[in-house]
Design a protein around this ligand. Structure first.
Ligand code: GLU
Length: 484
C-alpha cells in the first residue's frame, strides 16, 4: 500500500494540513505501507522555497517522517512537481493520451468559449465545452499547430460514460454525473499541466494506491478518475477526511486563530500533544481512550472509524492535552523542553538556587505548566528577590486577625533547626494544634506573607526552598508594614 502527502508550498505548514499528513502517516504505519511526500509546487507564482523548508521542518519536528520524498528520494521521483514539469512528464503523458484517442488539441478561442457559455446560460443548461475541435482532421490539427495557434489539450470524456462512482473509505459511495463535466483541459495554453491532470500523472507514476486528503478535494475526484481511466490505470482507494471547523462551525481559518505549526511550536506546544489531539479530529479509537502515544495510535487506527461529519477544532482542549503531556514528562525531558522558553528573569531567579534545589523547583512547577512558556509565571513564586516580593504585597489584603498566626509562625521559624520540608510541615502542624484554627486560616496568611501570592505550589516545600533568612525577613516585613 502506498500513500502520499502532497502539500503545496504556498504557505507555512498549516495545522489542517498536518491532520492530513498525520492520517496518511498513521494509515501507512498501521498497514505497513509506504508514505511518500510530494511537493506540489506547480503554482509557480505562489510557491516559495522557504515554504517548502517550513513544511519539511514542521513535519520533522512532529515526527511525521515520509519513507520517500524530496530529501530521501525513492525510485519514483522526482518528488517535486516543478521537476516533473522540467523533465516534460506532463506534456509527454498528455501526448500519449492524444495518441490513444483519449485527449485532443483544442483551438477554441476565448471569444468562442464565451459565446458557448452564454448560449448555455440562455438555454438554462449547465455549460460544458462543445467539443468543436474534435471535428478537426489530423491535417487541420497539424496545420493549426504549425501556424502557432494558441491551443490547449483536453481530456475526452467518453460519451455515455454515465455515472462515475467512487467507493470512498470514509463517505461510502459517491456518485457524479459525467455529462456535467465536459471535456476538460489537461494542458493549459501556456503549456502547463492542469492541477487534476498533474496529480493523477504523479499518483500513477508514484504507484500510489491510497489517497487520503481533505474533503475539499472531493469535487476534483471525478475528473481525476477519468484521467486514470484514460491511462487504463487502476483507480486508487480514496478516503476524504472531514472538514475541520472552528468553534462557530464554519471552516477553520485564520479568523479562528488557526495557525501554522511554527506558531504552535513557538507557543510551547509539544509535538506529541499536537499529534494526539489532531488524531481525534474526525476519528475516535474503538476503545474510546483518547490519550494515545504514537505507537498506540498506529496500533488502534482504523480507517472505517473516520467520521463523515466536520470536526471542531477546540483550542482549549489542545492546551489542556498539552498540559497532560507535560505532566507525564520525565524530569530531564521537562527541563530540556522548558529551557529554551526561560526568560532572563527566570534564569536569574534559578541561579539563586543550588543544583539540587533547582531540581525540586522544576518538579514543583511541572504540573502547573500547560504551555512551555507558562514556566516563567510558575517560577515567580520562587523568586528570592525582595523588591518583587514587596511589589506583590500591594495586590493582597491582609486582615488584622492574621497577625497572631504570623507572629507565632515567625517565633517558631526563627528557632527552627530542621529547615527541611518535613520540618516546616511539622511546624505548621504545631501551629494548627496550638491555635485550634482551621487549615485555611493558618496556611493562607503564611502563604501570603512568605510568597506575596494567594496561591501556589505545596507550601512547606516552597518555604523550605526560600530559606530561613528570606522567610524570616518577609514575615517580619509583612507584620511591620501591613499588620502593625
Ligand atoms: N496539493 C493539494 C493541497 O495542498 C493536495 C492534493 C491532493 O491531496 O490530491 O491541498
Amino acid at each position: 500500500m502506498r500513500f502520499r502527502f502532497a502539500p503545496s508550498p504556498t504557505g507555512n505548514l498549516h495545522i489542517g494540513s498536518v491532520r492530513t499528513a498525520l492520517f496518511n502517516w498513521v494509515y501507512a504505519k498501521h498497514t505497513g505501507g509506504t508514505l511518500i511526500l510530494r511537493i506540489e509546487d506547480t503554482d509557480l507564482q505562489r510557491s516559495k522555497p522557504e515554504f517548502e523548508v517550513n513544511i519539511l521542518e514542521g513535519l520533522k519536528w512532529l515526527g511525521l517522517d515520509a519513507d520517500e520524498g524530496p530529501e530521501n528520494p525513492g525510485a519514483v521521483g522526482p518528488y517535486r512537481q516543478s521537476e516533473r514539469i522540467d523533465n516534460g512528464t506532463y506534456q509527454r503523458c498528455a501526448e500519449q493520451l492524444i495518441e490513444s484517442g483519449h485527449a485532443y488539441y483544442c483551438f477554441a478561442t476565448e471569444a468562442e468559449l464565451t459565446a458557448e457559455r452564454e448560449a448555455a446560460e440562455k438555454a438554462g443548461k449547465p455549460y460544458v465545452y462543445s467539443g468543436a475541435s474534435l471535428k478537426l482532421t489530423k491535417d487541420e490539427v497539424a496545420a493549426n499547430i504549425a501556424a502557432g495557434l494558441p491551443k490547449t489539450i483536453r481530456l475526452r470524456v467518453p460519451v455515455n460514460r454515465g455515472e462515475i462512482v467512487i467507493q470512498d473509505q470514509v463517505r461510502g459511495e459517491i456518485r457524479f454525473d459525467s455529462a456535467l463535466l465536459g471535456d476538460f483541459i489537461i494542458i493549459k495554453s501556456d503549456g502547463s499541466a492542469a492541477y487534476n491532470f498533474a496529480v493523477v500523472v504523479d499518483d500513477i507514476e508514484m504507484k500510489v494506491t491510497h489517497i487520503v486528503r481533505g474533503e475539499d478535494h472531493i469535487s476534483n475526484t471525478p475528473r481525476q478518475v477519468l484521467v486514470y481511466e484514460a491511462f487504463s490505470a487502476d483507480v486508487p482507494y480514496f478516503a476524504h477526511l472531514p472538514i475541520i471547523l472552528g468553534p462557530d462551525k464554519s471552516k477553520l481559518s485564520k479568523r479562528h486563530g488557526a495557525q501554522s505549526v511554527t506558531e504552535y511550536k513557538e507557543a510551547g506546544f509539544l509535538p506529541e500533544a499536537i499529534i494526539n489531539y489532531l488524531s481525534l479530529l474526525g476519528w475516535t479509537p474503538a476503545d474510546g481512550v483518547e490519550f494515545m502515544d504514537r505507537d498506540a495510535l498506529v496500533q488502534k487506527f482504523d480507517v472505517t472509524r473516520i467520521s463523515k461529519s466536520g470536526a471542531v477544532f477546540d483550542h482549549q482542549k489542545l492546551v489542556w492535552m498539552n498540559g497532560q503531556y507535560i505532566r507525564k514528562m520525565t524530569h530531564d525531558a521537562f527541563v530540556a523542553a522548558v529551557t529554551p522558553f526561560l526568560s532572563e528573569d527566570s534564569r536569574v531567579l534559578l541561579s539563586g538556587y543550588s543544583h539540587d534545589s533547582q531540581k525540586i523547583v522544576f518538579e514543583m512547577v511541572q504540573e502547573s505548566v500547560a504551555l512551555l512558556p507558562d514556566i516563567n509565571t510558575a517560577l515567580e513564586v520562587f523568586s528570592q528577590d525582595g523588591s518583587a516580593f514587596n511589589a506583590r504585597l500591594s495586590g493582597l489584603s491582609f486582615h488584622a486577625d492574621m497577625a497572631d498566626v504570623l507572629r507565632l509562625f515567625l517565633d517558631k521559624i526563627l528557632v527552627l533547626t530542621d529547615w527541611s520540608e518535613s520540618g516546616i510541615d511539622a511546624l505548621i502542624e504545631s501551629i494548627l494544634t496550638q491555635t485550634g484554627l482551621g487549615k485555611g486560616k493558618v496556611l493562607k496568611p503564611i502563604r501570603m506573607a512568605t510568597t506575596g501570592l494567594g496561591s501556589g505550589p505545596h507550601l512547606p516545600a516552597l518555604i523550605s526552598l526560600l530559606g530561613q533568612t528570606i522567610v524570616g525577613e518577609r514575615v517580619s516585613h509583612v507584620l511591620d508594614s501591613q499588620l502593625s
